[in-house]
Design a protein around this ligand. Structure first.
Ligand code: AP5
Length: 205
């Protein structure tokens, strides 16, 4: 029987969570649960997200619970950006058993460099970087051919706030999975392809 992967991907803003999750969903044929993406469609979350603050727990947890109730998650899933605080990690344990936690590590300076060049497609969510992963045609999405956008929270204050939360809260979640013995540490300061290889090698896929 094929192994069930129930993976959470942790890391600061711009560590490459979204970029690497794309490779994982293709390889493992599992649904991607990007909590940031789920929240971007919700009016209630807009103001918190623009400032780089966490969206209130009760709201996020309910969204996660509903998503995990959908049948496509029964054979496994990959969470991008959840959990970010210890109580979310504990809550997730009441819903399911996480098999692997991948922590992509990058320095604060690298986060700042990357976010200034990030562009996303407003239609399909594809993520590009003007220097490290440029679109083929000017600033248009390779697939949808529409103009790429800068995310609302990729401002100086938004970035500083997200880094602060990562150091104060999410690093505790990393410890939580380390204590459980399911943590995989990844050096995020390599090329996109080398980060992918390190993740695949350590997951043995
Ligand atoms: P979310 O959308 O998850 O944003 P984030 O955590 O800030 O992470 P990013 O999407 O900015 O970065 P990423 O790590 O996915 O990197 P990417 O692959 O894009 O969350 C947004 C907000 O939602 C939060 O601030 C909060 O308000 C709310 N929220 C989310 N989850 C929540 C929760 N659990 N509880 C409460 N609130 C929650 O890459 C970044 C750039 O770098 C790209 O341009 C990419 O091309 C480039 N890049 C990637 N890898 C490399 C590499 N190896 N070398 C060079 N460039 C690279």
């Amino acid at each position: 029987m094929q192994k069930k992967y129930k993976i959470v991907v942790l890391g600061p803003a711009a560590s490459g969570k979204g970029t690497q999750v794309e490779f994982l969903i293709e390889k493992l044929n599992l649904p991607n649960i990007s909590v940031g993406q789920l929240l971007r469609d919700k009016k209630e979350a807009e103001e918190y997200m623009r400032k780089g603050e966490l969206v209130p727990n009760a709201f996020v947890n309910e969204l996660v619970k509903q998503r995990l109730n959908q049948p496509d998650t029964q054979n496994g899933f990959i969470f991008d950006g959840f959990p970010r605080i210890r109580i979310q990690a504990k809550y997730l344990d009441t819903l399911t058993d996480v098999t692997n936690a991948i922590h992509i590590k990058v320095s604060d300076q690298e986060v700042k460099n990357r976010l200034s060049g990030r562009r996303t497609c407003p239609k399909c969510g594809n993520v590009y970087h003007l220097k490290f992963n440029p679109p083929k045609n000017n600033e248009l999405c390779d697939d949808c051919k529409i103009k790429l956008e800068i995310r609302d929270d990729d401002t100086e204050t938004g970035i500083i706030k997200r880094l602060e939360i990562y150091h104060e809260e999410t690093e505790e979640v990393v410890e939580y999975y380390k204590e459980k013995g399911i943590l995989i540490e990844i050096n995020g300061e390599q090329s996109i392809e080398d980060v992918r290889k390190e993740i695949f090698r350590k997951l043995k896929i």
